[in-house]
Design a protein around this ligand. Sequence first.
Ligand SMILES: Nc1ncnc2c1ncn2[C@@H]1O[C@H](COP(=O)(O)OP(=O)(O)OP(=O)(O)O)[C@@H](O)[C@H]1O
Length: 835
Amino acid sequence: MANILPFGRRPDPDERPNTSATRAGTAGDEPQNDGALAMSPYAMPDADPDADLADRAGADDVTPVAEADTIAGPSWGSPAPAADMMADEAVRELLALYRQMQEQGMPLTGMPRAGKEMRAHDLTGAALEPYPDMSQDMSGEGPQEMSGELVVPVLEPDRIFGPDGAEDLRPIVPAWLASGEGRKAVAGWWFHVQWHRAKFHGIRIPTYVARIAWRAPRGVWRITSGLTRWALDTRADALEQALASGTKMDTATFIQLRENRSIRVRARLATVAAGTVVSAVGGAVAVSQLPTGGGTLAAAGAVAALAWVGSDQDRPLIGAAMAASGRYRELTDAIVMRALKAAGLGGSVAKVDKNGNEIEEDTRPTLAQPIARSANGRGYEVVVDLPYGKTAGDAAAAVDKIASGLDVDTAQVFPEPVAGKSRRVSLYVADEDPMLLPPHRSPLARLPKASVWEANPLARTPLSAAVKATLMFNSFLVGALPRSGKSFAAKCLVAPAVLDPHCDLTVLDCGGGRDWLPTQEIAVDYVAGDEEEDLLRIVAILNRIRDEARERLAKFRKMSAAEMPEDKLTRALAADGMRPHAIVVDELQNLLRANNKEIRKAALEVLVWLAKTAPKAGYILILITQRPAADVIPSDLRDIMSVRIALRTKTRQGSDAILGSDISATGYRTDRFLESHKGAAVIGGISTGKGGDLQVARTDLLMPAEFARACAVGRKRREDADTLRGAAIGDAAPVEITITVLQDVAAIWPGDEAKVHAYVILARLKDIHPDRYAGMADEAALTRALKPYNITSGQVSRGGVNRNGYKLSEIRAAVRARKAATHDDETSDPTDTDD
Ligand SMILES: Nc1ncnc2c1ncn2[C@@H]1O[C@H](COP(=O)(O)OP(=O)(O)OP(=O)(O)O)[C@@H](O)[C@H]1O
């Protein structure tokens, strides 16, 4: 009956030259039976002083303390110490038992044999599952678990059905060896360890010399006393005494024993004497023949050998230079299996009925490819097919349990779905928390030629793959707690727009900090501040951009299909003057949580429009907030932002407020990031290349000075391309603030006059609120601004002059209607919840 042991497949020796698979060939090829050995009545220690010497040699192979030195580096790993010890111990016990049985003349039947009663071991020797003896259990009623030999479906390399199968071919060269970064990481680690070992042992040389000086004479003593005991056959003393003190003394046996012993002793003494003479003469001749220095070397070798014999099992001559921490550990099949089991993804073994027919399939996970070092040389990549019915999402949701099962930190485990199979998951298990490694410097710092039409580097995944964002046709939401790296991330995102001379840029910083100051050199509009006037200006600018976008879309509608082949802005149209326009709104919470409800409503409305409709006209909205909460980013705004970048948040809800409702349930959540995880983010909306669009990444580091340099270069490029416009050349378009126009007109209305000329009202508005109305061109613009409030202009005769004007009764009616409407809205206003 075939047993199926998931993960029992043998790792490819090419993949991991120093893995336990190769070690198993020495100690573990013989099946081991740790259970049987542990219970063996024959496995009695110290039965024979002769065996003692021989055993010591075997025992010294097992140096538990020194095992720490075999902890794997990130390069290729080494066997798990515990497993290795188990294998060695088993062999040792087996040898001792064998020797005893031989000496005692016992038949070699009943020796523990490989068989179905054995516990299954993975290749490291660690027990996986107890395998029941089917011959006994088959008689029982009810289903039985299947067990037996190791048969493991891993990849079936030769089964390729057509051209697509090429994707399944494993790389000829291991991924870490093929990538420069991987090679560098492995070599760097190797040299680091060797250098550490050299220093560690170098400083301890005097201690080692002292130990040798003590152990070599002890070795001499052990050899001579051992030989003496052997030559004099002291073991027979005990037997002789037993016979002599027995109640039924068998004189003949006793005499026989003594005679045998004296013959044996004579022979052994002669052997020892001959051996001593031969060794002495041979040694002297050999030393006299050795070249200069050879004698010293030989003496050193002899002393070392004597020190070795004189050493203690539990106190090795040379200590371990590395601690047995869990930091760098070889990842084995058994460990992965344990982790998946711990996370409830372990499936179940096959069940058979009493006739041996399979009634329930084996659903344990299988490896889709051998565990391999990752391409960046800093961890392992494991691709697993989960039990049927489980998905990659389940693995992501249980990442903390998987990490616990792997005995690493949650921050070191990154599950990702793999396209083509919903139960296939790719697990990257990093040697150390990748978010704490030095950040990746943004290639944009080198000020390359950049284009918003192209994908530009934004971040790096823990596996060091570049995450690239294309600004065109997307809208972006960046959210996180303060000091988590949000502004740095946003600058990385905006830098291509800065460096592209054919892209307009508007920066609206509702916080008024210094972050975006350098963009003044190139911005069409730049506002920084959180006063009401600033926020009014910001909304007015957004409204103006909306008007521009509408105009552009109207032009599109008039174009023929040949002129607009893609129904959206193309590079050719952009070159004709319809330039892409990136709009950055930082500290969004100040705008959408403004005290003035009119501002909140107007801002939300225009932002939703821009996010939804403007991208196809070439308008790129980039929203940044340090208050990731549902009241700051209502779902109708968040859900239309195509790319969402969430850095550290305090809560799951905060994470979902940026990434989307219930995204945290799939395991992608940013409240797990630590304060020290600067730049760590979950990015949604950019393809992972593996079938998903959610990924953990760390944003590239673009320092403020580098961003400022990019702005300076961006200005130069715009000057050369003659594309600089707006505020950057002191030609900012005047703003027309209409949000407060009704209140303002009501406030400046001259007394109780029933009718007033429009030009008088406009002049008073400009006089009292120059910031708001300086950009209002004429009375017609004022009439347009009042139209949404159902205020019309009509002929008003004052002082014999007939001109357009407004009625006080209409203004008052509009104010009353507005108040009532605002009151009704209060409960439904998504931006109107308390902090
Ligand atoms: N990708 C990164 N890698 C490493 N460190 C980073 C990264 N991004 C930012 N940092 C560090 O994090 C610090 C905070 O970054 P940043 O100013 O962008 O935070 P913030 O979230 O915008 O804060 P605030 O809301 O207060 O402006 C920076 O001083 C920087 O040193």
